[in-house]
Design a protein around this ligand. Structure first.
Ligand code: HEM
Length: 419
């Protein structure tokens, strides 16, 4: 695992900075706190014509699920009940885009854009590797060693910015490891999986030799699960996945698995560091760590929205939605709906548990949520064990949560009592 320390520090900082060009089309540098606007909008109705970004003051370029599609009507949903209504009504709202656009070229091979039976059949192929009881497999195979190798690199320093070299490195190395991709190619994979054009050539160059090797000799990893999987067609025949199918899965898992947990881990850390009462409570009683992670996903989810497409005329929250509209579900706003949560703006890990939308909901609910939870839990538990007196570095520039379509911290500066 000494490999983990060889990620190029300069390159990883460029690729994991929400304010860099990489995130320009995700509104990465948007500085405003959108939650007061979410409340204001929700108070006048659950559904509004328009797109979440412009409705809260972000007018920059946008490339995210459901965006841009300038020729389609757009609506945004800000309450919990209506988000759930859309997520559960697959006869009216689908994930496959209804118009040519930036996502359409991916919609034939990436499960995020599949619907109904086809989605169920493809998701079932990998679901077994992502169920809660496989959490230990991910932790023992990749997460634990990566977390501890990274802490080894800074343990004696007494001071660190955990945002990039720690929070970003753990999920990147975990998901790459599960695809048989070593640290040497991890940053190229990240760059390819996040570029707007999704640089398939680079992904294929790195992954095709691994796919071929696993077809000959499977190992205990995700890519071996994919090469051995058989998908059942509509006529009942069973077929192995093609290289193109596997690359589609890989693109989704490598993109979804390497960026989200980075930001959510930073958000969870900052939530605790800026609420010292909760930091102390979690340090003293690790049983509180799990609820603290769930609360961070409710309080400030890194993916604040996802979209669906209406395939027939309908009415939502009293608003008429024509067929082919894009409906943006603002999970971040729904997660602070006062109709569902008391004191919704407060970060309180002891609040009564209740399903939030930090991982989405319905058939597309995050496939990797148990892996993400295991990564954040293992990482924070180890930090609290190994860095005595861990606290916010008040001499460093104050960290901020930024971003519109992807949200996360500018930094996570900490100090501790180094031995
Ligand atoms: C804290 C970290 C994470 C957050 C907040 C998050 C959030 C989400 C959300 C909101 C969705 C639903 C999208 C929709 O409804 O259209 C989703 C889907 C998905 N996520 Fe995550 N995710 C995280 C980590 C991961 C990880 C670590 C992986 C893989 C190892 C992963 C893989 C996926 C996949 C494959 C889907 C698509 C599922 C489908 O279409 O059926 N995610 N994620």
């Amino acid at each position: 695992m000494s490999e983990t320390v060889t990620l190029d520090p300069q390159r990883i900082r460029e690729l994991f900075d929400l304010r860099s060009d990489v995130y320009a089309t995700r509104g990465g540098s948007f500085e405003k706190d959108p939650y007061p606007d979410f409340h204001r909008l929700r108070e006048t109705g659950p559904v509004h014509p328009g797109i979440v970004g412009p409705l809260v003051g972000y007018h920059g370029a946008a490339f995210f699920q459901g965006l841009p599609y300038p020729e389609l009507p757009h609506f945004s949903v800000f309450d919990y009940a209506t988000c759930q209504e859309v997520l559960r009504d697959g006869d009216t709202f689908v994930s496959k885009p209804t118009a040519p656009g930036p996502e359409l070229d991916m919609s034939d091979s990436v499960m995020l854009y599949f619907d109904g039976d086809r989605h169920r059949r493809y998701r079932a192929l990998v679901q077994g590797s992502f169920v809660p009881k496989r959490g230990a497999w991910w932790t023992e195979r990749w997460i634990h060693a990566t977390v501890h190798a990274l802490i080894n690199t800074f343990e004696r320093n007494g001071r660190a910015d955990l945002n990039v070299e720690f929070c970003a490195a753990i999920p990147l190395l975990t998901i790459c490891g599960s695809f048989g991709v070593g640290a040497a190619d991890a940053l190229r994979i990240r760059e390819a999986a996040t570029s707007d054009g999704r640089d398939r050539a680079v992904l294929a160059e790195i992954l095709l030799p691994i796919i071929r090797a696993r077809r000959l000799e499977p190992r205990d990893d995700i890519i071996s699960v994919l090469v051995q999987a058989e998908v059942t067609g509509e006529d009942g025949t069973r077929e192995a996945l093609s290289d193109t199918d596997i690359l589609g899965f890989a693109l989704l898992l490598l993109a979804a698995g390497s960026g989200t947990t980075w930001k959510q881990m930073g958000i969870t850390l900052l939530a605790l560091l800026t609420h010292p009462r909760w930091l102390e409570a979690v340090r003293a009683d690790r049983a509180l760590l799990r609820p603290a992670i769930e609360e961070s996903l409710r309080w400030l989810p890194t993916d604040p929205m996802f979209a669906r497409y209406a395939i027939r005329d309908t009415v939502l929250g009293g608003v008429e939605i024509p067929a082919r509209s894009v409906v943006h579900l603002c999970f971040a706003a729904a997660n602070r709906d006062p109709a569902r949560w008391e004191r919704p703006d407060e970060f309180d890990p002891t609040r009564p548990p209740g399903a939030h939308l930090g991982f989405g909901g319905g058939p597309h609910i995050c496939l990797g949520m148990h892996v993400a939870r295991a990564e954040i839990h293992t990482a924070l538990d180890a930090l609290l064990d190994r860095l005595p007196g861990l606290r916010l570095d008040t001499d460093a520039e104050a960290p901020r949560i930024v971003g519109m379509y992807e949200r996360g911290p500018t930094s996570v500066p900490v100090v501790w009592d180094a031995r």
